[in-house]
Each structure stands twice: as structure tokens, then as C-alpha cells.
Design a binder for this molecule. Sequence first.
Ligand code: NI
Length: 171
Amino acid sequence: MAKLDIVTLPDPILRKISTSVERIDDEMRRLADDMLETMYDAPGVGLAAIQVGVPLRLVVVDVADAEEGPQPLVLFNPEIVRFGPETRLHEEGCLSIPDVRVDIERPSTLTLRYLDRDGKQREIDADGLLATAIQHEVNHLDGKLIIDFLSSLKRDIVVRKFKKLARTTTT
Ligand code: NI
């Protein structure tokens, strides 16, 4: 396994729409494993392929705490097929937007359809932090970021800060 570089704001690739994975082969499984290693190292609870510069619909998630031990989920072509009626408010961070946290209210339960690492179609019900993390990562596949939940004024402030940061770290 290898640790990958995480793309950060304001890299425009984060706004790309990712395309479906056509074939789940060893190369795809290796990418998923590398993404898991990158996510655990960061550390984070979820990572989308676009965040390592690959515009494919692949997400890895692990919301288990230290006592539970690792419970990695590898989700190819994830698709939310149903939302529950209740919502949940969570302060979300994003590995592509370091040190920024945004309060976001999202549905608290959902049903997710995806292909597992063997290409088998599965469906799971998710709630709590897992439901939040899945929605956050599926947003990434559609080029949507947590700052899009802010007012345009606040969003502009964050984007400007990251543009300035990018300039000062490259010179
Ligand atoms: Ni994120």
C-alpha cells in the first residue's frame, strides 16, 4: 500500500464530476487500499477518489472509534437510494479543506446501494456519523464541498484564504 497526496482547495479538480467505475479490477482495489491508508494516516473518516486526483466514483469510509478497531468500507459507484425523514446536525471537516469546520444539517438515515470490492452489488442502511460521512463523500463525487453549505460571503472568505495560502507556499 502507498500513501497518496491529498488535493486541497483551491485545486479546481475538486469541482469535477466523477465518472462511474466500469470495471473493478486489481488496479481499482489497489487504489481503494491506498485511499484507506491515506485516510487513516490523515486521519479522517472518509475519502473520495477525487481527493487524491482520481475522478472516479469511489469512496472509502471508516467511522469506527479506536476501541471498535478498523471497519473499512469500500464503496464503488455509491448511490443513495432513500433518505429517512429525520435530520442530524454535525460539524463537518474535510481533508481537502484543512482547519475549516462547517455545521451541516443532513438526513440522519439513508439507504445506500454500491458495488463492493468484488463488484458485488450491496445495499446498506446507515445512520449517525456513517450517514453523515456517506453524504459528505457522495457530495465530493458531484464536485460539492462543505463550503457550499455556507453563505456566499463566508464561502468567499474561505476560498480567498486558501488561494492566498497556495500562493505563499509555492513561492
Ligand atoms: Ni471531504
